[in-house]
Ligand binder design. Structure first.
Ligand code: TEU
Ligand code: CA
Length: 555
């Protein structure tokens, strides 16, 4: 068998600490809460935990606005808790990845507070400060959270760049001092025993120096892309980071890279830069601009998007696999069907088969393994997310009714993923004995860890089997990929080949029964699938597959 890097055989589990488990009843999940639930993660069978930021932060963007990279936010615990978490996780065979958020800092970071003091402050060049143009911002860029990307600072009258909220000024990576500070900070964590990083918005760290106006959009702002992503010095920076930091440890690294195409992947994913990246093609299919109604992602394009990455990266780069994370709606509500218990459970399992049998490192987002769903907030006051509130307000200003604006949030809002983890059918889903910082999904009475542990047919036990299969069948790690019947409107069918072996995966993305005529080449496949869900029948060369069913055969 091929000797293969451990992270190619791993399954990663993402923890959003604020919503995972609250150990001290203040309503906010914390590091001790993660320690208390480590045995659950061992039971699930995952190998690596990626924990979203818990560093010191004013919390404007729930920790993605960092004011001290080497301190723990008090609501999450202490450095001692963090060290204990690392130690206990390692004892149990789990690795820990941190979130590295270095495209920007918080505006309360001491670097920025100094930087804004005067034109010649020695931290001035840590950020992008520019003169305005005729009393207007230096260019027309829009922030990725909506509104303009520049804010004028009264102290000097100049503007600073913020591609996210105005409390998240972009760091200037062209300044070598910035890079050295980041590398030092990475060593600080790695010396504590951290096993890797998920790198937030890493494709944005090199900007085209002229910061040119972007293509004008209907909202009057210009698109910062392509001037901020895959910038001129990006790979130089990542190679430097690799030389100075990453190469000195045995790590798992994944870059978050919107705007990257499969053809660019091997530049990022190689021994000189990162292990892998998060692509966004399948996340953008149901993109909604403020004021537009939601539409479901197109199925044929979904298959194409995922398949392109499988095919283009094979033997060239390594894929990451994900359906959801803390920025995305719940996958069962978005790509499956949460309208009844039967549909929900089957579509959650089917989506899992579809993704976990592909080539790459799968990422499971907390609660996905239970089939947790989107939530209906009563009104915008229940929504906590800075991006959701921004886009809601923009829609209202455009004349959209509150009802329609909330409808878009129901489908797309990031808080769908941020409601408390559902542990049991007790108050607050067993997440906290206090008042949770965000509303708990009322469906926790039905969807929770406790009931699913005891139910052999639960989504949770299904995920455990899938994780186990990855460990036992090398074809899942190594096999190549071919999309079968690309134009089929109901079924997602693909084949993996490894040596003499063939793995055939068939997923029904609809609520109806679908018949598929088994091509001759597959007629000798074993009758016993390696995994299946829903109603599956084989007769007279036909495969009959029930609503949201899925099946994987080995040959
Ligand atoms: O995400 C950036 C990003 O692409 C999303 O925030 C984007 O808004 C969303 O996909 C579209 O709705 C990273 C973090 O994951 C996110 O939580 C942070 O808010 C953001 O960067 C800024 O750090
Ligand atoms: Ca707490």
């Amino acid at each position: 068998m091929v000797n293969v890097e451990w992270w190619k055989k791993s399954v990663v589990y993402q923890i959003y600490p604020r919503s995972f488990y609250d150990s001290n009843s203040d309503g906010i999940g914390d590091l001790r809460g993660i320690i208390e639930k480590l045995d659950y993660l061992v039971y699930l069978g995952v190998d690596v935990l990626w924990i979203s930021p818990f560093y010191a932060s004013p919390g404007v963007d729930n920790g993605y606005d960092i004011s001290d990279y080497r301190a723990i936010a008090p609501e999450f615990g202490t450095m001692a808790d963090c060290e204990e978490l690392l130690e206990k996780a390692h004892e149990k065979g789990l690795k820990i990845m941190l979130d590295l958020v270095v495209n920007h800092t918080s505006d309360k970071h001491p670097w920025f507070e100094e930087s804004r003091q005067s034109l010649h402050n020695n931290k001035r060049n840590f950020y992008f400060w520019r003169e305005g143009r005729d009393n207007a911002p230096p260019n027309n860029w829009m922030s990725l959270f909506g509104g303009g990307a520049w804010k004028q600072d009264p102290k000097t009258g100049q503007y600073y760049l913020h591609l996210f909220s105005e409390n998240q000024p972009d760091l200037n990576w062209d300044n070598e001092e910035v890079r050295q500070e980041v590398y030092d900070m990475m060593h600080f964590w790695l010396k504590k025993g951290v096993d890797g990083f998920r790198m937030d918005m890493i494709s944005l760290i090199s900007k085209v120096p002229e910061l040119p106006d972007g293509q004008l959009m209907p909202n009057g702002f210009g698109m910062p892309f392509p001037f901020v992503n895959n910038g001129p010095r990006l790979h130089e920076f990542l190679q430097e980071m690799n030389r100075e930091v990453l190469s000195k440890y045995d790590l798992i690294t994944v870059g978050e890279t919107p705007g990257v195409k499969p053809q660019d992947a091997s530049q990022y994913s190689n021994p000189d830069e990162l292990n892998m990246i998060f692509q966004f093609d399948h996340m953008l299919l149901d993109r909604v601009d403020p004021g537009n109604a939601y539409k479901k992602p197109d199925f044929i394009r979904l298959k194409q998007a995922l398949s392109n990455w499988q095919i283009e990266l094979h033997n060239k780069a390594w894929n990451s696999l994900y359906w959801c994370n803390h920025d995305q709606p719940r996958s069962v509500s978005r790509f499956g069907n949460d309208s009844s218990r039967e549909y929900r459970e089957n579509s959650a399992k089917m989506l899992a088969v579809c993704l976990h049998m592909m080539q790459g490192t799968p990422f499971i987002y907390q609660g996905e393994e239970l089939g947790m769903t989107n939530i209906r907030f009563d009104n915008i006051n229940e929504v906590k997310d800075v991006e959701a509130i921004h886009t809601y307000n923009i829609a209202i200003n455009m004349g959209v009714t509150p009802k329609d604006a909330m409808e878009v949030q129901y489908h797309k809002g990031r808080d769908n993923a941020r409601t408390p983890m559902q542990w049991e059918n007790t108050e607050n889903a067993g997440f906290s004995k206090g008042t949770p910082w965000i509303k708990t999904n009322p469906n926790h009475s039905e969807i929770n860890v406790k009931v699913q542990k005891d139910d052999a047919n639960s989504v949770l036990n299904f995920y455990r089997r899938l994780i186990e299969i990855r460990k036992n069948y090398p074809i899942v790690t190594h096999g190549n990929y071919e999309l079968i019947d690309p134009e089929h409107k109901e079924l997602f069918i693909y084949r993996r080949c490894y040596g003499e072996q063939i793995l055939l995966v068939i997923c029904n993305f609809t609520d109806g029964q679908v018949e598929w005529e088994i091509p001759k080449a597959f007629l000798n496949m074993k009758n016993e699938p390696i995994i299946e869900n829903g109603v599956i029948q084989r007769k007279n060369g036909l495969l009959i597959i029930g609503a949201y069913g899925s099946v994987a055969y080995l040959m």
